[in-house]
Each structure stands twice: as structure tokens, then as C-alpha cells.
Design a protein around this ligand. Structure first.
Ligand code: HEC
Ligand code: HEC
Ligand code: HEC
Ligand code: HEC
Ligand code: HEC
Length: 204
């Protein structure tokens, strides 16, 4: 569908197409706002705050942020690997907190936990974590302070304007990106800007 859209841009009516695209993006943003305000009900109220506070690294549960095509969400066996060793509930007469009972039920019934994705871009958008992490951005920049959250909520709408704002900010020829006003850095920033704002960088 997006491929057809780009073909259409090369037609005389392409400009009208762009206008339509702008309108569609706008309506997408409104939809996004509605989405960001109402996080879905997750199968287990997983407390990020508590686990991050224990010192468990983001990458322990989301290892693909560095290596894989996507960060991934932990399976019940990763949770259980740790929880079955916790002594606090070893005594069978101790009642389990409701959310941990749910975890135990998933494990005992061999059912995978179906987490509902919240941080997501549509299929026709190309986003990978690796270049962003390599550029020195940390998780908080885009995901907010997860160490204060229970289930995850997007801190902002994830849409094209959000991506482009940052791509422009990071390639602006200003005192932050080019403190010594070096012409070679200016040229490099201009080249990067072209790349980071090009439709085909983010759309297949
Ligand atoms: C590396 C170890 C580790 C992993 C992995 C882990 N947890 Fe925990 N979790 C803990 C510890 C430690 C506590 C605190 C337990 C306590 O209070 O005794 C805890 C607490 C919890 C609680 C709160 C229980 C209460 O007292 O209300 C829930 C719910 C929970 N974990 C769910 C999960 C789920 C779901 C996963 C997998 C996505 C997971 N945990 C993965 C170590 C872990
Ligand atoms: C430049 C912004 C940015 C940074 C930095 C970033 N993320 Fe993301 N993250 C996103 C976007 C955008 C998505 C949606 C991607 C998609 O739908 O393919 C996402 C998706 C995710 C998901 C959803 C699960 C999945 O497999 O798709 C997890 C988990 C996640 N990020 C964790 C992290 C962690 C952990 C870090 C730090 C190591 C991090 N992110 C850094 C923007 C970012
Ligand atoms: C013990 C495992 C664990 C740790 C540690 C952990 N997470 Fe998560 N994360 C989860 C689980 C389970 C979910 C799915 C439930 C939810 O959305 O809250 C999730 C969801 C997310 C999502 C939303 C993904 C989506 O689209 O559904 C993001 C973003 C995220 N985590 C980022 C982080 C960051 C950043 C850190 C470190 C500060 C972190 N997580 C630490 C287990 C973990
Ligand atoms: C907070 C800032 C920030 C946000 C938000 C952000 N990016 Fe980026 N993005 C960067 C930086 C910095 C780079 C690395 C530029 C470099 O140094 O090469 C990058 C690189 C990329 C690349 C690799 C370009 C290449 O060289 O091939 C793609 C693709 C990309 N971003 C897509 C996206 C998409 C899609 C979104 C929104 C869903 C997004 N980015 C959101 C800062 C951001
Ligand atoms: C930095 C990444 C990035 C670049 C560059 C980019 N886009 Fe997007 N685009 C996105 C993201 C993310 C979405 C999905 C979220 C949304 O709808 O805003 C999107 C959505 C769209 C949509 C669909 C809107 C909808 O709601 O279905 C169209 C059409 C589009 N882009 C056209 C373009 C055109 C034309 C260009 C070049 C002028 C371009 N994009 C450049 C990231 C980018």
C-alpha cells in the first residue's frame, strides 16, 4: 500500500497526494493520542517499578534492543526462572499475591502470557533500536522513566512527527551539534539530515 503511495508521488497528482498524506498523518496523530491516554489491560499487572528498583537491567528482559530486530517481551519461563526460586512463598500455606498466582497458573497450564504491545509503529514503518542505542540515546529518552511505572505506558504519542522532530534536532547545525562551528561537521550534519528525513529511511 505504501509502495503504491510512493509511485503516486511521481505522478502529476503527487502534490495532492502529499496533502492527503499530511491529513492522514494528522488523523493518525489524533488516534495516537487517544491510544497513549488509555493503556490496555495487561494479562498480569507487571510491576516495572519494583523490578527495576531491584536492579534488574532492562536488557535482561528486553535483550533484543541491542541484538535482535526488536527488544522482545519476556516469556513466563523467564519470569518463573527467578520466581520459583524466591523463598518467600515456598510455604504452601502462605497465600500468593493475585498477580503472582496468575503467573503460576500460566506456568502450570503451559500457556504463554499474551502481553499486549503498547510501544509500536505500523508495519510499513522501519524502526530498529540498534542505531539509536549506538548514537548514545538511552531507553528513557523514548520510553520515559520506566523505573516509576507499573505496566508500561507511552510517555508520548509515537508518530511520524515525533520521529522527525528528533531527527531534525539531532542534525541541526547549531552550537550543540557543532560546538566549534567546523565546516566538516556542518557538511556531515547536512548529509545526515538528508538521510534521516528521507521518506525511504523510514518507509519501505
Ligand atoms: C531476576 C528475578 C526476577 C525476574 C526475572 C522476575 N521477577 Fe518478579 N519479582 C522479583 C522479586 C525479587 C520480587 C519481590 C518479591 C517479594 O516481594 O518477595 C518480585 C515481585 C513481583 C511481583 C509482585 C508480587 C507482590 O508481592 O505483589 C509480581 C506481580 C512479579 N514479580 C511478576 C513478575 C513477572 C510477570 C515476571 C516476568 C515478566 C517477573 N516477575 C520476573 C524477581 C524477579
Ligand atoms: C529512539 C527512540 C527509542 C529508544 C532510545 C529506545 N526505544 Fe524501545 N521502542 C521505540 C519504538 C519507536 C518502538 C516501537 C517499535 C516497533 O513497533 O517496531 C519501541 C519498542 C520497544 C519495545 C516493545 C517490544 C518489541 O519487541 O517491539 C520494548 C520492550 C522496548 N522498545 C524497549 C527498549 C529498551 C529496553 C530500550 C533501551 C535499551 C529502548 N527501547 C530504547 C523507541 C525507542
Ligand atoms: C523483569 C522483567 C522486566 C524488566 C527488568 C524490564 N521490563 Fe519492560 N516489560 C516487561 C514486561 C513483562 C512487559 C509487558 C507488560 C507491560 O507492557 O507493562 C514490558 C513492557 C515494556 C515496554 C512496552 C513494550 C510493548 O510495546 O508492549 C517497554 C517500552 C519497556 N518494557 C521498557 C523497559 C525499560 C526501559 C526497562 C528498564 C528501565 C524495562 N522495560 C525493564 C518486563 C521487564
Ligand atoms: C530522540 C531522538 C530520536 C527519535 C525519537 C527517533 N530517532 Fe531515529 N535516529 C536518531 C539518531 C540520533 C539516529 C542515528 C543517526 C546517526 O548518527 O547515524 C537515528 C537513526 C535512525 C535510523 C537509521 C538511519 C540510517 O542511518 O540508516 C532509522 C531508520 C530511524 N532512526 C528511524 C526512526 C523512526 C521510524 C522513528 C520514530 C518511530 C525514530 N527513528 C525516532 C534519533 C531519533
Ligand atoms: C523518521 C522516520 C520517518 C520519515 C523520514 C518519514 N516518515 Fe512517514 N511515518 C513515520 C511513522 C512512524 C509513521 C506511522 C505513525 C503515524 O501515522 O504518524 C508514518 C506514517 C506515514 C504515512 C501513513 C499515515 C497513516 O496514518 O496511515 C504516510 C502516508 C507517510 N508516513 C508518508 C511519508 C512521506 C511522504 C515521507 C517523506 C516526505 C515520510 N513519511 C517520511 C515515520 C517517518
Amino acid at each position: 500500500m505504501i509502495k503504491k503511495f510512493f509511485d503516486a508521488l511521481n505522478q502529476p497528482l503527487g502534490r495532492v497526494g502529499l496533502l492527503i498524506a499530511a491529513l492522514v498523518v494528522l488523523s493518525g496523530a489524533v488516534w495516537g493520542i487517544a491510544q497513549a491516554q488509555k493503556p490496555p489491560e495487561q494479562p498480569i499487572q507487571f510491576p516495572h517499578k519494583l523490578h527495576v528498583g531491584l536492579g534488574i537491567q532492562c536488557l535482561y528482559c528486553h535483550p533484543g534492543a541491542l541484538r535482535g530486530p526488536s527488544p522482545g517481551l519476556p516469556t513466563e519461563s523467564k519470569c518463573w526462572g527467578c520466581h520459583q526460586q524466591l523463598q518467600r512463598f515456598a510455604d504452601p500455606t502462605t497465600p500468593w499475591p493475585t498477580e503472582l498466582q496468575k503467573l503460576r497458573d500460566y506456568v502450570q497450564q503451559g500457556k504463554p502470557i499474551q502481553w499486549i504491545p503498547v510501544a509500536q509503529v505500523p508495519d510499513f514503518v522501519h524502526f530498529v533500536h540498534r542505531p539509536h542505542i549506538a548514537a548514545g540515546l538511552n531507553c528513557e529518552t523514548c520510553h520515559g522513566d520506566v523505573s516509576k511505572m507499573t505496566v508500561y505506558e507511552n510517555p508520548q504519542v509515537i508518530n511520524m512527527g515525533w520521529c522527525l522532530n528528533c531527527h531534525r534536532a539531532k542534525t541541526e547545525d547549531n552550537s550543540q551539534n557543532n560546538p566549534t562551528n567546523d565546516p566538516a561537521v556542518s557538511a556531515m550534519l547536512a548529509e545526515k539530515r538528508t538521510k534521516l528525513t528521507d521518506c525511504s529511511t523510514c518507509h519501505y
